[in-house]
Design a protein around this ligand. Structure first.
Ligand SMILES: Cc1cc2nc3c(=O)[nH]c(=O)nc-3n(C[C@H](O)[C@H](O)[C@H](O)COP(=O)(O)O)c2cc1C
Length: 249
């Protein structure tokens, strides 16, 4: 194991921060590292919005499920998939041709770009002693979040990310993951392999969550996933994305 891998293996989401601000220079270093992520055809189809204004953070926290760490973190990054620059380039250089900013393929391209850049940022932040937690809650009321951030058409918030110095009093544990062979299949998909590890993982997760909650919570991972998949979640996404110009063809 080298230092980089050791750091990756030590990841855990941080939901409690000290009051120490994130220095502007560090924020810029983190975003520079994010920018070096691979990008489909170098389109760099994302924008990160750093929210430091307490009132705006408070508003976003309210819109994203009232998760207190959004208010408490010094910087809340909103990672947006952004095809607006590409559309502007097409208008500038190829206004006589149809352009495909509304194609599902370009929606995937922009969303993947945002995710790759953000994960680079997460690793960079952790390497500087900062902690992060991703916030899918920004999609709870995605229209209001988009309005609060003045997001134009062809830009949508994929997720947020709290960034701050971890409060040592509230150190979270490292969450165990699925057994390796469940997610690593050689030379083709194996449904058998995919299913086999879940039973082992159920046992691991029951032990983990039961230890962490003093036995108050004992549901295995597969039960949690079943609950998740059978609860309607953010069903407004399809029409919202279409209203912003995405995913029309
Ligand atoms: C896209 C995305 C959205 C997430 N949204 C939230 C969220 O809204 N609130 C939260 O507390 N954690 C959120 N998380 C954190 C996950 O719950 C966490 O990464 C996962 O349980 C694994 O735990 P770990 O990061 O500590 O290893 C999100 C993670 C991702 C990748």
């Amino acid at each position: 194991m080298n230092e980089t891998i050791a750091r990756l293996m030590n990841h855990r989401s941080v939901r409690k921060y000290t009051s120490r601000p994130v220095e502007r220079e560090r924020l810029e270093t983190i975003i520079s590292a994010a920018q070096m992520a691979s990008s489909s055809s170098n389109v760099q189809a994302y924008t990160a919005i750093a929210v430091t204004d307490p009132q705006l953070k408070d508003k976003l926290a309210g819109l994203a499920g009232d998760q207190p760490y959004i208010r408490e973190c010094p910087v809340f990054l909103v990672w947006c998939a952004d095809l607006s620059r590409l559309k502007a380039a097409a208008e500038r250089h190829a206004s006589d041709k149809p352009s495909y900013e509304g194609a599902a393929e370009n929606f995937v391209v922009a969303t993947v770009d945002a995710a790759l850049a953000s994960q680079n940022a997460a690793v960079a932040a952790e390497s500087l002693g900062l902690g992060i937690v991703y916030i899918g809650g920004v999609r709870n009321d995605i229209a209001a979040v988009s309005e609060a951030l003045n997001l134009p058409d062809y830009v949508y918030p994929v997720f947020g990310m709290c960034v701050g110095y971890p409060d040592p009093e509230h150190g979270a544990g490292i969450r165990p993951r699925l057994p390796l062979e469940t997610v690593l299949h050689m030379n083709g998909y194996s449904a058998e392999q995919s299913g086999r590890g879940v039973q082992t993982y159920d046992e691991t997760t029951v032990r983990y969550i039961s230890d962490r909650t003093g036995g108050r919570r004992t549901a295995p991972w597969s039960k949690l996933m079943a609950d998740k998949l059978t609860a309607p979640s953010r069903l407004h996404m399809k029409s919202f994305l279409e209203s912003k110009g995405f995913n029309k063809e």
